[in-house]
Structure formats: structure tokens, C-alpha cells
Design a protein around this ligand. Structure first.
Ligand code: SIN
Length: 303
């Protein structure tokens, strides 16, 4: 059997598959379907200092090969997470990644301080397109990325992943800014900013008008960006965007991802994470590859 362990910024995952933040909640619903210890890591729904109600409904719309969401970072807040969700999650033998949300740099710093070393890694959410302050507003400006990363890094007791927005002209520049700010890893892509209009009412389908597109429709954009980021930075990459099968995950790893996140696929198939993990293993075994790390960045580009 092929070696499936990966090391992401000093944290060993038993396999390269994690969950896309926001698509898995805190795992309770999916634990009815499979043992969450099967995952390399669980990346949790965003956490802010105070609870957030999120945006008004409708906040999900179907699109061809994807979904558009404007959830707006709904979450119970860091305190409720620590008292209610974390003790439950600790029964599983997997790594936990807290996704940090905020409207200001001080918010991000405060939530990182509140969580301390209660989880294994942080993922800095500077790429949510669904909030007026924070989120993508930070993640589309290289100077802001470097600044917020370095300030959160100063107080982080666990490795810091920075989640990048695809809604930029030059993704490599954004990744370099995160690395310069002290990021231990980057994850990409968050959702592509989009819109749907109901032709009968002539109104946007989402109450918040616009939202973030995820699912198989975004995969080629995500693979291209992972490849470009791999050329630009040395730190590990967690690749995501439309992964549905083991082969999709292998594509991301060949492009340069050290690990992968599955998100939207789990909404139609609650076993998607297990299928993807098994699919990667099958690819390795069928191709006589001893270690999953061997395929990272192994794409051979045409001249
Ligand atoms: C949301 O809660 O609006 C989605 C999360 C994100 O895009 O980061």
C-alpha cells in the first residue's frame, strides 16, 4: 500500500484529504455517514470573535456544475466553539483546522488569541466574497495580505494557513505576500465571485445579490492557480476547487498541492471525502507510486 501521510507545515496528516471550510460545518452531520477519523484533517466552518447570523436567505443557488453561496460567515462564535463543538470533535483521531474570520485585523488577531492552541492549525479567511468588511476586501490586496498575515502570525500558537481568493489578477503575487507575512502554508481557491438573475422577477436569485461560486465548474481555474502558486512560493499548498473524484485530487497534487480539500462535492455525496481519499490511493497503487508526496508538482508542462 502506498504511503499516504503528508506533512503540512510541521503537522502530520494521515492522508492528504481535508474538508473545505464552510462545507462541513463542525462535522456533526457528516459523522452520521462516516468516521471523521478517516480524514487527514477537518477544516471547520469560519469562526469569529462574536456569533454571526450570516446573510438573509436565499443564500444558496444552484448553477451548472456548481453552487453559488452567500452564507456570510454564519457561526456560533469562538467561545461557543470552545465550550460545545471542540470537546465533541476531540473524540476523532484527526487534525483540526480552525478557519478565522473577522471584519478588522484586530478581529482576526483576537479570534486567534481566543483559540490559542486548542486546534492544530489556523486557516486565515481573507477571501470570503460575502461580507462587506474583512474577507475578500483583505485578500485582494497584496499589502493587506502581508499585513494581516504578519499580525495574526505574531499571536498564532499553531501553524498559519492563508486562504487565498481567486478574484485577483495575479494569484502568485498574493501567495508571495502571504509567504512574506509569515504564512506557514496557503490554501486555494476560495470561491469565484458570481451572480445569477431570475428572469421572471428580474431580481438576483441570492438575497445578497452576489455570491461565491464553487463546485466542478471552477476546477480548471483552481488547478491553474495552484500551478502558478507552486512556482511562486516554497510553503505547502492545500488545493481545492471542484474536487469530486480521486483523479481530480491527483490533478491538484500534480499541479503542486501538498494536500487537497473537498467541499461542494460533499453536498451531493456525503461520502465524497472517503471516495477521494480512496481514489488517490488507487491511483498511486495502480501506477506503482510508493508515496503520495512523489506526485506533488510532478506535472510535466508542454514546451
Ligand atoms: C460564507 O460563509 O459566506 C462562505 C465562506 C467563504 O467564502 O469563506
Amino acid at each position: 500500500m502506498a504511503e499516504m501521510r503528508v506533512n503540512i507545515a510541521g503537522v502530520e496528516w494521515k492522508n492528504p484529504v481535508t474538508t473545505g471550510s464552510g462545507t462541513f460545518g463542525f462535522g456533526r452531520e457528516y459523522s452520521d455517514f462516516f468516521d471523521l477519523s478517516e480524514l487527514g484533517a477537518i477544516c471547520l466552518k469560519a469562526l469569529s470573535v462574536k456569533p454571526r447570523q450570516g446573510n438573509p436567505s436565499p443564500r444558496i443557488a444552484e448553477t451548472p456544475k456548481g453552487i453559488l453561496n452567500s452564507v456570510g460567515l454564519q457561526n456560533p462564535g469562538a467561545e461557543a466553539f470552545l465550550s460545545t463543538e471542540l470537546p465533541w470533535l476531540r473524540q476523532f483521531d484527526t487534525k483540526l483546522i480552525a478557519n478565522l474570520a473577522g471584519s478588522t485585523i484586530e478581529d482576526y488577531v483576537q479570534v486567534a488569541e481566543m483559540l490559542g492552541d486548542s486546534v492544530d492549525m489556523f486557516e486565515l479567511n481573507i477571501s470570503c466574497p460575502n461580507v462587506k468588511e474583512g474577507g475578500m476586501a483583505f485578500g485582494t490586496d497584496a499589502k493587506m495580505i502581508e499585513n494581516v498575515t504578519s499580525q495574526v502570525k505574531q499571536v498564532s500558537k499553531v501553524p498559519l494557513i492563508v486562504k487565498l481568493s481567486p478574484n485577483v489578477t495575479d494569484i502568485a503575487e498574493m501567495a508571495r505576500a502571504a509567504e512574506a507575512g509569515g504564512a506557514d502554508a496557503v490554501s486555494l481557491i476560495n470561491t469565484l465571485f458570481g451572480m445569477r438573475i431570475d428572469v421572471k422577477t428580474r431580481r438576483p436569485v441570492l438575497r445578497n445579490n452576489m455570491g461565491g461560486l464553487s463546485g466542478p465548474a471552477v476546477k480548471p481555474v483552481a488547478v491553474r492557480m495552484v500551478y502558478q502558486v507552486r512556482q511562486a512560493v516554497k510553503i505547502p499548498i492545500i488545493g481545492m476547487g471542484g474536487i469530486t473524484t480521486g483523479e481530480d485530487a491527483v490533478e491538484f497534487m500534480l499541479a503542486g498541492a501538498n494536500a487537497v480539500a473537498v467541499g461542494t462535492a460533499g453536498i451531493v455525496d456525503p461520502y465524497a471525502w472517503i471516495r477521494v481519499r480512496n481514489g488517490i490511493e488507487q491511483y498511486l497503487n495502480e501506477n506503482n507510486i510508493a508515496d503520495v508526496n512523489e506526485i506533488v508538482g510532478a506535472v510535466q508542462m508542454n514546451d
